[in-house]
Design a protein around this ligand. Sequence first.
Ligand code: HEM
Ligand SMILES: *[C@@H]1O[C@H](CO)[C@@H](O)[C@H](O)[C@H]1NC(C)=O
Ligand SMILES: *[C@@H]1O[C@H](CO)[C@@H](O)[C@H](O)[C@H]1NC(C)=O
Ligand SMILES: *[C@@H]1O[C@H](CO)[C@@H](O)[C@H](O)[C@H]1NC(C)=O
Ligand SMILES: *[C@@H]1O[C@H](CO)[C@@H](O)[C@H](O)[C@H]1NC(C)=O
Ligand SMILES: CC(=O)N[C@H]1CO[C@H](CO)[C@@H](O)[C@@H]1O
Length: 333
Amino acid sequence: MDQHSSSMVRMEVKKLLSLILILVIMGRGGAQLTENFYSRSCPNVETIVRQAVFKKFNQTFVTAQATLRLFFHDCFVLGCDASIMIFSPNGDAEKDAPDNLSLAGDGFDTVIKAKEAVEAQCPGIVSCADILALATRDVIVVTGGPSFSVELGRRDGLVSKASDVAGNLPEPSFDLAQLVAIFAKNNLTQREMITLSGAHTIGVSHCSRFSNRLYNFSASDPVDPSLNSTYAQQLKQECPRDVDPSIVVPMDPQTPVTFDNLYYQDLVEGKGMFTSDEVLFTNPSSRQTVVDFASSPTSFTSAFILAIRKLGRVGVKTGNEGEIRRDCSAFNS
Ligand code: HEM
Ligand SMILES: *[C@@H]1O[C@H](CO)[C@@H](O)[C@H](O)[C@H]1NC(C)=O
Ligand SMILES: *[C@@H]1O[C@H](CO)[C@@H](O)[C@H](O)[C@H]1NC(C)=O
Ligand SMILES: *[C@@H]1O[C@H](CO)[C@@H](O)[C@H](O)[C@H]1NC(C)=O
Ligand SMILES: *[C@@H]1O[C@H](CO)[C@@H](O)[C@H](O)[C@H]1NC(C)=O
Ligand SMILES: CC(=O)N[C@H]1CO[C@H](CO)[C@@H](O)[C@@H]1O
């Protein structure tokens, strides 16, 4: 063998070894997400999902907030693996847990529609978890938020239980320490928690989730003293004591249908809807971040992009873990 061909052989061996290494890592589920994961197997996936999301959004605005919240709840329970999409006739899947019953159906519908469109072009290739991640980016864009590239390569989970939800989602009554702790469990910092809470710049809440702040807050203060009094009056009008439980109120009173930084200005003015929102401003340890985001749309936007990408990595299954579901609402077998 001459020198040239022996160096060729060495190169091939090196390539082979790195390929084996990659396969070993992927087999153990350690593979990383990548932005171009489907560039060969389903090159148009982003366009197909975007078209389905836009179409759905054109039919109903609720698509935006419903999809964004669905992504968050999916990621915080067993990781971003579309486990929240599973429908169980027995009513015992992740989506059936009390914390999730208020998830708007349009989020589920968005993913199902997008998946159908993707399957028509690339059957069996793209996970429901990735479709939910892409759809989430698209609804942020369509409501006026920033665009960003989405990491892909998630696999769909094989478990979805209502009993896994309890204790894994934040409650609107949480104080700062409780919020920090539940985000830390998902590898997210206090600053990332504050940033992701900015998702409440769109969407609505049922009165029951914050009415304790209006009527029976404490023995000395029936109304939560951290609530802006003008805003408290307004909320009392929208949510009288005996209100119909289906009534909802926008969480960002200034620009409820626009993804922007005005949520943070709300907090500065005492107009955070939940205790968990307002505490970000009232607690000195998180206040500065809120003040910064309130005054600078660009610092909020750049922080949000990093934080939502990181949220999208929580507990992901990769390589040969999980499966690529054919129907997002059912396991393959
Ligand atoms: C920080 C802790 C958080 C708490 C305590 C919390 C709690 C809540 C509650 C109680 C609602 C109202 C549900 C209802 O009555 O229908 C809500 C709505 C919503 N949440 Fe959060 N959330 C938090 C963080 C997040 C994050 C990180 C995201 C997304 C990245 C998010 C996205 C949304 C959206 C978009 C809605 C509106 C849903 C709709 O209009 O249908 N939330 N949240
Ligand atoms: C959504 O509606 C707008 C007009 O309201 C239209 O221009 C656009 O083509 C529609 N997009 C989709 C994907 O249906
Ligand atoms: C107010 O809260 C107290 C305890 O926090 C409770 O005992 C009382 O029944 C509540 N009153 C109303 C009207 O909800
Ligand atoms: C409360 O809201 C009013 C009206 O929206 C606003 O003018 C005022 O500055 C707010 N109060 C505080 C303490 O921020
Ligand atoms: C958090 O990060 C650690 C170390 O990188 C990793 O082992 C763990 O699985 C991550 N947890 C989640 C919920 O993503
Ligand atoms: C935590 C939470 O949101 N719980 C509610 C979920 O929805 C059911 C039914 O709508 C309510 O009874 C729970 O209080």
